[in-house]
Ligand binder design. Sequence first.
Ligand code: ZN
Length: 257
Amino acid sequence: MGNTEIKVLEFELFKNQPQIVHGVFTRDGGTITGAFDSLNIGINSGDELPAIANNRKFISRKMGMKPLIFLNQVHGADIKVLKKDDNDLSENFQPGKETYTADGIITDIKEVFLVIQVADCQSVIFYDPEKEVIANIHSGWRGSIKNILGECVDKMVLGFGCKPENIITGISPSLGPCCAEFVNYKDEIPKSLWQYKIEDKDYFNFWEMSKDQLINKGIKEKHIENMGICTKCNTDIFYSFRGEKTTGRFACVISII
Ligand SMILES: [Zn+2]
């Protein structure tokens, strides 16, 4: 910890897309010390707001000084749709601040970064190169149960005319099957999803669930990339609520350029 260099991981499927800039930020490269060390961007983490605002500026700078759209993430299934033809963005937008209450956002607007804040939940990014539409979705276990990923594909199809077979997707570092223990799963997780429970354990494979939810909407398996990094197993690199309780949020971002 305490490394001063900002580190950004990229998905193989996305990094050679000429119209896309994206990245998964690690916790390195910010200015915060202690439990939130160091590039925390989550205002609901309990960390100090000026330091978080500063870290958000670091991310904007790293991404070429383009505006960042943050969501007030509430573990729901609402997805904000921002179309370049509506004037929605200019009316409501506050760069670098939570503009909408939603757990996902889809847009065809260029030069803005869609940001999801992560500490165990999945950030799943989407891109349709034909229609030039992107999305970024926050899918924790509550989002997984609500199939917010499937909802995103539906909205891209209905709202923008995307074809699922053209859409590529990436699943961020998040809670892996090694650490996703749900001792109260009988109360929390519907029986229809118990197929994702690991045999003889109270652990679930939400990575597999996400993959299936995407495939069920027509996304090709080869168009689904999971970094396969468990946040709880890697708290030196990423924030993990399960691993640390008092922890920050790291940023997953995508933009059309
Ligand atoms: Zn793990």
